[in-house]
Design a protein around this ligand. Structure first.
Ligand code: GLU
Length: 421
């Protein structure tokens, strides 16, 4: 087994690079193209001055990394968190390139992040920070250049501020500069639930593939933000039994199934899932290790590591989050024959519906929710099949197959476009 320190193991850039190297090697990728695709095209660092509510000035550090624009404009979310780092944003940007290629949509990959603690900031402070961050990135983003979207701790309101700031500078309303916007300003029906919907479609496909049934299928979800809560809700609606929910501040367990609608209502009222009387309180880390058919990490990176992978008792791991599993944990899960639906496939429903939003904005013509969901379902099922076929053809696991498929597609276009000199 690979030996790494915990710090190396949990560095997302190293995790991305190790998987890239492995897949590139198996594809026998041209050395030059490998160098091109291994590193991001552009890394922007901005220092954002913000007037705080108490009259002081704070300076926040923000990043936008554009990994590849070979197949189309950069695409990817913006996250706000105290532990954002350049290495993390780099990794997330390249994951976006691979993700967009896995689902075969015409985007490259990018990601942004600002080091801040949104839980401790007022709406006004968040708005001023978002607007100044956008202003600093004016010449780098745009509908044909790089199109941001929500990610951890950012939402429709954040996108509305970015859209407005960009539009003020352009002297015209430009809705297609960001996706994940509110419906009334060029957002797409179905975008809010899209990542969870994609996760739920992947779960359905995995059950079909493995000959398992929805009835009695126990699911544990880690993270109850946009991805986790929508995955849980949609899966419960389809008849899955959600037995556990792990959140950053606590966990819930009910072997008979948690009523997700009631839990969502409770959380909206109390701001936490703790204290919900439809389940027992449970330790958030312990929940990951309880027996279940499907485990869905749907928060951030490094949740399944060398420290707990051995004790995972799920049959299927469906990665709603980006990078929740380290490379060492991958090896352990592979030995344990856990069926992994890798992040760059499992959570691609979000960016796929972002693509639909961008298309609708540019047409100025908006689709019904059914149209959006049907198109999403088609793409997710086809991509799931593509990854599984690749895995069978090349005798590799699903993650390696997804990377190989994606790298193959991006490398082909990169080569065909040629090097501009
Ligand atoms: N932040 C989401 C992701 O990691 C969505 C990106 C997008 O819609 O551009 O896939």
């Amino acid at each position: 087994m690979t030996t790494l320190t915990l710090e190396q193991e949990t560095n997302p850039w190293e995790a991305q690079a190790a998987r890239f190297d492995d897949a590139a090697e198996r594809l026998n990728l041209d050395e030059g193209i490998k160098k091109v695709l291994r590193y991001p095209t552009r890394e922007i660092i901005v220092h954002i001055p913000v007037s705080m509510d108490d009259g002081t000035i704070e300076v926040f550090t923000g990043y936008r990394v554009q990994h590849s624009i070979a197949r189309g404009p950069g695409k990817g979310g913006i996250r706000y968190a105290p532990d954002v780092s350049l290495d993390e944003v780099r990794a997330l940007a390249s994951w976006m390139t691979w993700k967009c290629a896995v689902v075969n949509i015409p985007f490259g990959g990018a990601k942004g992040g600002v080091i801040c603690d949104p839980k401790k900031m007022s709406q006004g402070e968040l708005e001023r920070m978002t607007r100044r961050y956008t202003a600093e990135l004016m010449e780098f983003i745009g509908p044909e250049k790089d199109v941001p979207a929500p990610d951890v701790n950012t939402n429709e309101q954040t996108m509305a501020w970015i859209m407005d700031t960009y539009s003020m500078h352009m002297r015209q309303t430009v809705t297609s500069v960001v996706t994940g916007k509110p419906l009334n300003m060029g957002g797409s029906r179905g975008r809010r639930e899209a990542t969870g919907r994609g996760v739920s479609i992947c779960c359905d496909q995995a059950l079909k593939h493995l000959g398992m049934s929805v009835e009695g299928c126990r699911v544990i979800v880690q993270g109850f933000g946009n991805v986790g809560s929508n995955s849980a809700k949609l899966l419960r609606d389809k008849g899955y039994t959600i037995i556990g929910i792990a959140e950053w501040d606590g966990g819930l367990y009910n072997p008979n199934g948690i009523n997700i609608d009631a839990l969502l209502e409770y959380r909206a009222k109390h701001g936490t899932i703790n204290g919900f009387d439809g389940a027992d309180a449970a330790d958030k880390n312990d929940l990951l290790e309880r027996p279940c058919e499907i485990l869905i990490p749907a928060a951030t990176e490094n949740v399944i590591t060398s420290k707990n992978a051995e004790r995972i008792r799920a049959k299927i791991l469906c990665e709603g989050a980006n990078g929740p599993t380290t490379t060492i944990a991958d090896e352990i899960l592979s030995d344990k024959k856990v069926f992994v639906i890798p992040d760059i496939l499992a959570n691609a429903g979000g960016v796929t519906t972002s693509y639909f939003e961008w298309v609708q904005d540019r047409m100025g013509y908006f689709w019904s929710e059914k149209e959006v969901n049907d198109r999403l379902e088609r793409i997710m099922i086809d991509s799931f099949d593509d990854v599984l076929s690749y895995a069978t053809a090349h005798k590799v696991n699903n993650r390696t197959a997804a990377y190989m498929l994606a790298i193959d597609r991006v490398a082909f276009t990169t080569k065909q476009r040629g090097m501009y000199a």
